[in-house]
Write a protein of this length. Structure first.
Length: 806
């Protein structure tokens, strides 16, 4: 059976002897189950036993928050709810001779179960596939219910949580902010993760905002914009809405003030970060807990946080256990290794990071290998964290050392799939080498993102500095703002040693003139990243040269109107030039077979684009707010996943594709001029998940093939004046089963919503603000997944439906 193959033990009620009513054994079983699955068929209501079971299950759902799943097998949910069709006839026959009380309980339970998000047999080609999907979903749910043992191997966690308990004060309904404070590498993030993992199920909403310091440092904006972007990320994650729109900095408090939430803000180093995501306790509902990890106690005090947990260094016994967990996979040394383990632990210092790194270094070594290494350890290590980390780095082979330096100087907190593309020509089997670094505890890979601890980053950058102490141009990587500016603005040129330049110029106050010869000698430059806001870097004399080996080119507010005429982009994987002064990219056709990701958003002077026929692997193309762009070239259909031409108000025709856009996932057409109808390929983009048609005021109809978009999760029709007839697409009504976000705001002609809205069981967000003529909402709007219903300025609304408290 599919369930048993997934390790799920079902309780099937046909094993119980049936009587006139369900007995105490079955009631106990129902109430003790984490999940109840109800199989509704045409003849389901012929059984009083089944109806009584259903009443008990729906009672458990309300009283015990039991998860209920429904399978509608050859029966329509509306027939179950309204007791219509064959289902209704069978039910009425069963009710003959029954008391009004019983009939009422059954009716109420059926009406409720009909609104449960479920599985419809009519949506599946075969039963086996449907059963397999149900088993997978239940397995995932059970994983959430099962207490995690991810932290069972961590040392001292019980003691840490015990000390934090009075600070958390979980029995109080007051909102409380708690700080976790200590030096880098001591385990603040790990403690916060353990607490989050154990507590999150007790809160309505929860979010772990990972390493905020690293993430916010990459935002290229002024303070207000940084706060805005941080709050948008925060709200998207806590609501689980990928494209959550934050229109102002009051959104977090408006949405969360009635919610009991658990928030972890990890790695905070600036007050601006707290102001964006947790400025005041009244932003959150009663019982909420906000946990902040930081190296800066003054930051916590300045924010009025007085409940602070200071993380102490581990005891000698705990240090030994941490080391042993990473060297032996257990909390104590293996037989015969006791003295060796104690000596290495002492040499490894007090910080858990150093103990983990050294333990990982010794993993799998024989006793003789330990003995052989010890003399070198005794002369190299002095319990200083730098010497400990350097020892582990020195033990890597040359290729892995090189990869370590690439990550330390350039690719920490980058998505792993992107790093693999950037480095594909540089290293053989990039993923395998990354795994080696992860096994040595020199990096971690979480949720597809490569992370390196700040102390290891610092070590890597120090190693690069020593490649040429007095002449930065001779180093492989340049990242110091002052040194880079001196190199780019002076007469000297860089050398072929340079592989990567990463300039964050936020603190540059005066304009700097970049020399036209700045990159002349950098024939091996592969990664160039210039981040900031405004345009302090000027290129009035242009550029003589850019390396033809470039694989990554990010230059915010690029000051030239066109690329150098001799530029060769054969190996370029990613081109990001947000806010540039480009009027055109380049002349003629360039070889672009490696290009995958391109973002020219807010390049308001851009008028034309070159031929992209060679960009056969282009996956993501962003041109948002390129106001003067008149025409798009033909784009590769097979590879394209995301296209954003929102705000391109001068475009004279819709983009065309070579081949079908079968892999298109996201399409943004905000304010597309004179768009009357969508091109046919949109209806054939069967994998489309996100479609934004905001302010397409001339749009009068959606395609008949719109019903093919069964994977659509977000549909934005904000400001579409012809909205009433846009929503009259019969094929779409029945197939929008995965829709989660429906944004219909500022639609001035909308008087009532179509009834099909009530059938969108996965809908989380329905926004109708500014629909000034809206009078009626469907009475069946009690959607189980609904998180947000926005009716601001809907002044003509006459009837407000009952909203489910679930």
């Amino acid at each position: 059976m599919e369930f048993e193959r997934k390790g799920i033990t079902p309780f099937i009620d046909n094993e119980i002897k049936r009587g006139e009513s369900i007995g105490p054994e079955l009631i106990r079983t129902i109430r003790g189950s984490k999940i109840a699955i109800i199989l509704l068929s045409r003849n389901y209501a012929s059984s009083k036993w089944c109806l009584d079971e259903l009443v008990e299950i729906m009672k458990c759902r309300e009283e015990l928050a039991q998860t209920v799943m429904a399978v509608f097998y050859e029966v329509d949910p509306s027939d179950v709810k309204n007791l219509a069709g064959d289902f209704g006839r069978v039910f009425r026959k069963t009710c003959a001779g029954e008391t009004k009380e019983n009939i009422g309980r059954w009716r109420q339970a059926l009406a409720k179960v009909a609104t449960v998000a479920g599985y419809h047999s009519s949506n599946w080609d075969n039963e086996a596939a449907m059963i397999k999907k149900i088993a997978i979903d239940i397995s995932n749910l059970l994983n959430n219910f099962t207490p995690s043992n991810d932290f069972d191997g961590l040392v001292g966690m019980g003691a840490h949580l015990e000390k934090m308990e009075p600070l958390l004060c979980l029995g109080s309904d007051k909102v409380r902010m708690i700080g976790i404070w200590g030096p880098p590498g001591i385990g603040k993030t790990t403690i916060a993760r353990v607490a989050y993992n154990q507590l999150s199920n007790s809160f309505q909403l929860s979010v772990f905002m990972d390493d905020i310091k690293a993430n916010s440092s990459r935002l290229c904006s002024d303070d207000y914009s940084v706060k805005f972007q941080l709050q948008q990320q925060f709200m998207s994650q806590i609501t689980d809405l990928k494209d959550m729109v934050v229109s102002h900095l009051g959104v977090a408090s408006n949405r969360l003030k009635d919610k009991k939430v658990l928030v972890v803000l990890d790695g905070v180093d600036r007050s601006i970060q707290l102001d964006a995501m947790a400025k005041e306790t009244w932003w959150f509902g009663p019982g909420s807990r906000i946990i902040i990890t930081t190296q800066d106690q003054k930051l916590l005090r300045a924010h009025g946080i007085n409940h602070i947990y200071k993380v102490d260094f581990p005891t000698n016994d705990e240090a030994l256990q941490i080391f042993c967990m990473h060297s032996f996979g257990q909390k104590s040394p293996k037989d015969g290794f006791e003295e060796l383990a104690r000596e290495v632990t002492k040499l490894s210092g007090e910080l858990p990071l150093g103990l983990r790194v050294m333990g990982s270094y010794f993993r799998g070594m024989s006793k003789q290998e330990w003995i052989n290494v010890l003399p070198r350890l005794r002369t190299s290590l002095d319990a200083d964290i730098r010497s400990i980390l350097k020892f582990s780095y020195d033990a890597l082979n040359d290729e892995d050392k090189d990869l370590f330096l690439h990550i330390a100087c350039f690719f920490s907190y980058e998505e792993i799939h992107k790093v693999e593309e950037y480095l594909a020509k540089k290293f053989v089997e990039v993923r395998q080498r990354l795994n080696v670094l992860a096994e040595r505890s020199l990096i971690s890979i979480d949720w597809g993102v490569i992370k390196m601890h700040s102390l290891l980053e610092k070590l890597g950058r120090e190693i690069v500095c020593k490649q040429s102490i007095h002449d930065p141009g001779q180093r492989e990587f340049l990242y110091d703002c002052r040194e880079i500016c001196e190199l780019l603005t002076g007469d000297a040129t860089g050398s072929k040693s340079a592989i990567g330049i990463k300039l964050d110029y936020y603190k540059i106050e005066e304009e700097l003139e970049v020399s036209e010869k700045a990159f002349d000698g950098m024939s091996n430059l592969q990664f160039l990243q210039v981040n900031g806001y405004g345009a302090p870097l000027q290129l009035t004399r242009g550029l003589n040269y850019l390396s033809h080996k470039l694989r990554l080119l990010h230059w915010s507010y690029f000051p030239m109107s066109c690329f150098p005429c001799n530029v060769n982009l054969e190996f370029l994987v990613e081109l990001i030039m947000i806010g540039s002064k480009l009027e055109k990219l380049w002349e003629g056709i360039k070889p672009l077979r490696s290009l995958k990701w391109m973002d020219l958003s807010d390049s308001v002077n851009l008028k034309e684009l070159p031929d992209f026929s060679t960009a056969t692997n282009l996956e993501k193309f962003y041109l948002r707010n390129c106001w003067n762009l008149i025409k798009l070239p033909c784009l590769p259909g097979k590879s394209m996943e995301e296209l954003d031409i929102g705000g391109c108000s001068s475009l004279v025709q819709f983009p065309s594709f070579t081949g079908n856009a079968v892999n298109l996932l996201k399409l943004n057409l905000v304010s597309f001029p004179n768009l009357v109808e969508l091109p046919s390929y949109v209806g054939n983009a069967t994998n489309l998940e996100n479609l934004n048609l905001s302010n397409c005021s001339h749009l009068v109809e959606l395609l008949l093939s719109f019903g093919n978009l069964q994977k659509l999760q977000t549909l934005i029709l904000k400001g579409c004046s012809n909205l009433p007839q846009l929503l009259e697409v019969p094929s779409f009504v029945g197939n929008a089963t995965n829709l989660q976000d429906l944004i219909l705001s500022n639609s001035s002609n909308l008087v009532e919503l179509p009834l099909f809205i009530g059938n969108l069981q996965k809908l989380k967000r329905l926004r109708l603000e500014g629909c000034t003529k809206l009078e009626v909402l469907p009475t069946n709007i009690n959607l189980e997944s609904l998180f947000e219903l926005n009716l601001n300025d809907c002044s003509m609304l006459k009837i407000f439906p009952e909203i489910s408290t679930n």
